[in-house]
Design a protein. Structure first.
Length: 254
């Protein structure tokens, strides 16, 4: 167990880290094999390992720390960012990771790690524990962009209801980087329903409206019961917040 405390301190590590600790490639490979056999460490995927707690027999690093070490540019994003910040209504058994570096989705310790190609490259926070994560405002915008694929509209709304406030300038900066008129539409319509609780001013929505596309849009594909929202040039539920309170409906699958 000579090197075990150092590996616990690292949490996640690669063969190169073992080489630094042991002093040679051969010693690193030998240590890796011996410690895996003894249950001190586990392989997450090729060339990524975690230290295992001797007390709990569970990985020492959290799933967010593991996700941040999948690639050099891996970022915990979307609903997973809400979970990290404590603003998620549900805990998913998957972690969404934006990364330009390609990797195949994989499962480790009953958690699925899913790669999403990034559409935005700024607004990343570097946490003291080594987690790279979307800022809260980026998580909001990217989740609005893909709510139909990640968590659904109802879960997104429940997460937004837990957030105490958002920075308008950061939201607009993320939207500007996306440069997507439809996303301005969706963001404006959804966040306008929570403007008071999120402390978002009218100037934010006024700016969003300057980027609306000319064509009519639908908030999502399941359009039963939609009405026309003239301010946003979009068909959507009369009150999106009603989805949170109406229980199990067709919207639950969105």
């Amino acid at each position: 167990m000579k090197y075990y405390p150092e590996l616990v301190s690292l949490g996640c590590f690669r063969i190169t880290d073992l080489e630094t600790i042991t002093g040679s490639e051969a010693a690193a490979k030998s240590l890796s094999q011996a410690y895996r056999k003894k249950g001190y460490i586990q392989s997450v995927r090729k060339n990524l390992y975690v230290a295992i707690s001797l007390e709990s027999k569970q990985p020492v690093p959290s799933r967010f720390e593991i996700a941040s070490h999948i690639s050099d540019d891996a970022v915990v994003s979307y609903h997973s960012a809400f979970e990290y910040y404590g603003y998620a209504n549900q805990v998913f058994y998957e972690v969404y990771v934006t990364s330009q570096s390609r990797f195949r989705d994989f499962e480790f310790d009953s958690i699925n790690y899913r790669r999403v190609v990034p559409k935005i490259y700024s607004h990343i926070q570097h946490e003291p524990n080594g987690v790279r994560i979307s800022s809260l405002e980026r998580a909001v915008i990217e989740s609005i962009d893909m709510f139909e694929r990640i968590g659904g509209l109802e879960e997104l709304l429940r997460c937004l209801l837990l957030i105490p406030a958002l920075e308008e300038t950061a939201l607009l900066a993320c939207l500007e980087e996306y440069a997507n008129g439809f996303l301005y539409q969706k963001t404006g319509l959804i966040l306008s329903a929570l403007a008071n609780s999120l402390h978002i001013s009218n100037s934010f929505f006024k700016e969003c409206k300057t980027h609306l596309p000319s064509g009519k849009s639908y908030l999502h594909e399941k359009s039963n019961g939609f009405i026309w929202h003239k301010n946003w040039n979009m068909y959507a539920p009369a009150d999106v917040l009603q989805l949170v309170n109406k229980g199990v409906t067709d919207y639950d699958a969105i």
